[in-house]
Design a protein around this ligand. Structure first.
Ligand code: AMP
Length: 121
């Protein structure tokens, strides 16, 4: 599958759709999720075009991978949730309900998050 340049996060990266920039560096951009599911719900996306975590983890240069995940940790720390805790989610493909085909990590925090899945086995 080819990367779709018209996905909403590609448009945010090009400045065609606005977002509240919480953090930005050479590797990553972080902004609040438009439909928050926890008091803290932040998305961190790589600057470069990767479809999903599988694509990013397999194909990104090591420096980009390190830079991205360090940015995720920094965003969580800056949001003040490092001690209280947080959950990272990266949806990959149809079963995961990935909606936006540009790799992103959700940072969820700010309350007791409960069990991992709504409908566990
Ligand atoms: P996923 O289901 O993992 O692909 O998550 C995509 C997320 O992107 C959802 O939680 C949406 O609420 C969020 N989202 C979609 N459009 C925007 C936007 N323009 N700004 C911020 N978040 C968005």
């Amino acid at each position: 599958m080819a990367y779709d340049d018209n996905n909403v996060f590609a448009k945010i990266l090009r400045g065609e759709i606005p977002c509240t920039r919480l953090y930005e560096d050479d590797f990553a951009l972080a902004f609040p999720d438009i439909r928050p599911q926890a008091p803290v719900h932040i998305l961190v996306i790589p600057k470069a075009p990767y479809i999903c975590a599988a694509d990013f983890n397999a194909n990104a240069p090591a420096g980009e991978i390190a830079g991205f995940y360090r940015a995720v940790a920094k965003v969580a720390k800056d949001a003040g949730v490092e001690e209280s805790g947080y959950r990272l989610i990266a949806n990959v493909g149809p079963d995961s309900h990935q909606e936006v085909p540009h790799f992103h990590v959700h940072i969820l925090a700010g309350r007791k998050l409960g069990t991992m899945l709504v409908n566990p086995l």
